[in-house]
Design a protein around this ligand. Structure first.
Ligand SMILES: NC(=O)c1ccc[n+]([C@@H]2O[C@H](COP(=O)([O-])OP(=O)(O)OC[C@H]3O[C@@H](n4cnc5c(N)ncnc54)[C@H](OP(=O)(O)O)[C@@H]3O)[C@@H](O)[C@H]2O)c1
Length: 276
């Protein structure tokens, strides 16, 4: 019985992603890389984007050029995003699903953080998503199908020490996409906001500190989080099911429930957590 249920879930996933043209940003490492591998295994045609060309080419040489297309881009640069979209679109003349996944985190006190760093985080985590969404939506609407998946965070649901700009960028995604969803859902477009908790990637090492340099430190919460492969499996199941907002992770997701039903208790618990 259980095997039958698993087979049904797997076939639902395969049906949803098979032969779809899917654009994944932040594909060079972590969650994005795990999504690319899982989507490729389901028969999708995947456009992989990030700045690190070597990492993207390595994915292509491992999985094959027939269903992996490399588009190098910088999410902090709107010209680069525009030309990236043109290259992505030209591959099969359509984009069915986009995973707006690329992002950078922060580990710095709000008052010490250079305004340039705040703007950079907003540019990569918020404005780049908006630009990509504006570029892909017209074609999706014309074809009557499209799915925009956006990687927010639990930091898009509440604030935390050393994450002021990061939290702001992720909160902004919710306001934007909850509104856009209402405008486009009648046109065959789905929008899913992902709120991952602790995922075992190097995001904390890649996080920006107050002057814009990289933190370089691996945080315990990330080290102890669920694997990127498990995260991608949870994401793809929820996306295929059409979730509008999808928490992904382990026991830290209980915070969503505690915040909702016991907000004062949640505030007290949050303040007792270590900053990193
Ligand atoms: N890991 C977690 O615990 C966690 C929790 C909640 C949310 N998230 C979110 O999950 C997403 C993926 O993060 P991850 O955990 O997989 O971390 P990661 O391994 O550091 O991946 C980040 C990805 O974003 C890309 N990226 C960063 N800046 C970019 C830029 N300017 N232009 C183009 N690409 C850029 C990176 O590629 P290049 O460096 O090659 O450009 C990389 O592929 C992010 O949006 C993050 O906020 C992660």
């Amino acid at each position: 019985m259980r095997n039958n249920i698993n087979l049904n879930v797997q076939s639902l996933l395969n049906q949803y992603f098979h032969q779809r043209v899917i654009w994944v940003t932040g594909a060079s490492s972590g969650i994005g890389l795990a999504l690319v591998e899982a989507l490729h295994a389901m028969g999708a045609l995947v456009i992989v984007s990030a700045r690190n060309e070597e990492a993207l080419t390595h994915i292509q040489s491992r999985l094959g050029a027939a269903r992996i297309h490399v588009v190098v881009l910088d999410l902090a640069n709107s010209d680069s995003i525009k030309s990236g979209f043109e290259k992505a679109q030209a591959w099969h003349n359509r984009i069915d699903i986009v995973f707006n996944n690329g992002g950078i985190s922060q580990r710095s006190d709000a008052l010490q953080t250079d305004l340039k760093v705040v703007r950079q985080i907003m540019e990569v985590n918020f404005f780049a998503n908006v630009q990509i969404t504006q570029l892909v939506l017209p074609g999706m609407i014309e074809r009557g199908f499209g799915h925009v998946v956006v990687t927010s965070s639990l930091m898009g649901k509440w604030g935390f020490y050393l994450r002021s700009a990061y939290g702001a960028s992720k909160h902004a995604l919710h306001g934007y996409y909850d509104s856009v969803r209402m405008e486009v859902e009648q046109k065959g477009i789905r929008i899913t906001l992902l709120t991952p908790g602790f995922i075992a990637t190097e995001i904390s090492k890649h996080a920006l500190v107050a002057d814009g340099s990289l933190s370089g430190d691996m945080d315990a919460n990330q080290s102890n989080g669920i694997s990127a492969i498990e995260c991608a499996a949870q994401i793809l199941k929820g996306v295929a099911n059409g979730s509008t907002e999808l928490p992904v992770g382990g026991k830290e997701l209980r915070g969503l429930w505690v915040k909702r039903f016991f907000p004062s208790l949640f505030e007290r618990i949050l303040r007792k957590q270590k900053a990193r």
